[in-house]
Structure formats: C-alpha cells, structure tokens
Write a protein that binds this ligand. Structure first.
Ligand SMILES: C[S@@+](CC[C@H](N)C(=O)[O-])C[C@H]1O[C@@H](n2cnc3c(N)ncnc32)[C@H](O)[C@@H]1O
Length: 248
C-alpha cells in the first residue's frame, strides 16, 4: 500500500500525526502564539492539522505549510476549506530542508518531521533562519524514555544515537541557543491513544473494505505496526514538544 494512502487512513481518528492530545495541542499553540503574532510556518505540515487549528483559534493569523507529499497537502487544503480558513493558508509542495522565504515568521512549527532535516538541532537551525527576532518555535521530536533494547531499536528501525534521554535532549537545545518557554512530554495515555488510533483506524478500514485490492495489505501493516509498538518501543520511545525562543 502506498505510504501516503496508508498514513491518510491510519490518521482518520487522530489527525495530529504525533502522540499529542487535542487539549495539549491547544495549550502548546497558546504558549507559542504571542498576542502580536500574525504569521506562522509549519515545516513538514503533513495533513495541515496544526495549521488548521491555529488558523481557527487565532482568526487574525495567516500561515504557510511545507510538505513534500502531494496527498498530504491536498488533505491540508481540504481541511482548511472545510474550516473556512483556506484564504489565510499557503501551501508549498517541496523539501522543507531547502524551503526559503524573504519573510520572517512569528511562529515556526515542526512536529514529528525532524528526519527531514537530519535531526532535532538541524531542524532548529532551519527554523532559526525563518524566525522573526522575537518569534517562537514549536518543535516536537522523539527521545528515549529509557535505554532502548534491541527489540525497540529493531521495531523503530533506529539506532541508539538517533535520540537521547529527555534531560540531554533539552540540554542540547539550550546549548544550541534556545530557551524553552514551555514544553510537553507526551503521556503514556497520549501514546496509547495515538497508537491504538493509528492501528485501529487502518484495521477498521481494511475490515470494512475487503473488496479493495490493498485491504489485506493494510490489515497486515496495521497488525505489524501494533506488534512493533507493543513488543518493541512502547514505554521506550518518548515524545517531547518544546516551545522555544532565542536565548539572549
Ligand atoms: C509524522 S508526520 C507529521 C505531520 C505534522 N507535523 C503533524 O504533526 O501532524 C511527518 C511529515 O513530514 C513530512 N516530510 C518528510 N520529509 C519531508 C521533507 N523532506 N520535506 C517536507 N516534509 C517532509 C511527511 O510528508 C509528513 O507529512
């Protein structure tokens, strides 16, 4: 099954493509959007859910989203139209790592897309170039809740040094010239909701569309993902979302 189609189906019940609950998303946005902010950018915006919520919540704002996948951007466009915010949204289909703009944004988001830049610090380097002087970055990435064992690494297709523990992750960000003004560590409940939603939505679609040529494939992918999560990285992979400003 095509990866984008799979992702679209798997996120039907949890459109934020990260283990973050709706209330946490709203709180993070409130901490990242200052009163005078008017222009946001999302690097690796996927289906545009962060920007859709931002534009609904702060009706004076405009936003731009960057993603490499056509289908994700189509979804972002449709979502924005349904929420009647499309006139304030510009979407760019391109590699976020090479996105450039003469504009400096008040809020730069990048959640779950650090792989596009080669890691968390390169993501922040890209955000820094695009950020207004007093702007906020909202960035989400993985960390190790505990030392990963071979099963966790294999399930994630990761290596030990892909992430660090939470304290080291934040220390590195601070040493890179950023000040956390808020942060959210995804809870076990948020992770479970995200993974049950991902695997459950895809399984349900496969069961309800047995006539589709890729239904069996979808069913197997969901089962494999569930097993990789439960027997592999559950409780080992963490997720932290930071709201950052430049340090003095
Ligand atoms: C885990 S999803 C997160 C989507 C969104 N930020 C969210 O939290 O709902 C990662 C996104 O990064 C996008 N992506 C991956 N590589 C990229 C690249 N080089 N340039 C732009 N987007 C990229 C994927 O297409 C996908 O939409």
């Amino acid at each position: 099954m095509d990866r984008q189609r799979r992702s679209h189906l798997a996120h039907a019940d949890h459109p934020i493509a990260a283990p973050i609950a709706d209330e946490s998303v709203a709180r993070l946005l409130d901490r990242a959007v200052a009163d005078e902010a008017d222009h946001a950018l999302d690097l690796g915006c996927g289906g545009g859910e962060w920007l859709r919520r931002l534009l609904v919540r702060y009706p004076w704002m405009r936003a731009e989203g960057v993603d490499i996948h056509t289908a994700a951007l189509e979804q972002a466009r449709e979502g924005a139209e349904e929420s009647e915010v499309a006139d304030r949204l510009i979407l760019h289909e391109m590699d976020a790592a090479v996105f450039a703009s003469a504009h400096r944004f008040d809020v730069v988001l990048s959640v779950g897309a650090a792989h596009a830049f080669g890691g968390l610090l390169p993501t922040l380097a890209a955000a820094r170039e695009l950020l207004a002087p007093d702007g906020h970055v909202l960035v989400g990435d993985g960390f190790w809740e505990r030392e990963p064992d071979a099963a966790a690494l294999s399930a994630l297709g990761a290596t030990w040094d892909d992430y660090a523990d939470l304290a080291t992750t934040v220390d590195r960000v601070v040493a890179d010239g950023w000040t956390p003004v808020y942060g959210h560590v995804s809870t076990a409940g948020e992770w479970d909701d995200y993974e049950w939603s991902w695997t459950g939505s895809l399984s349900r679609w496969a069961l309800d569309h047995r006539e589709e040529p890729d239904a069996l494939d979808a069913y197997k992918v969901a089962a494999e993902h569930r097993s990789q999560w439960l027997s592999g990285y559950r409780g080992t992979l963490g997720f932290v979302t930071l709201v950052l400003r430049r340090s003095p």
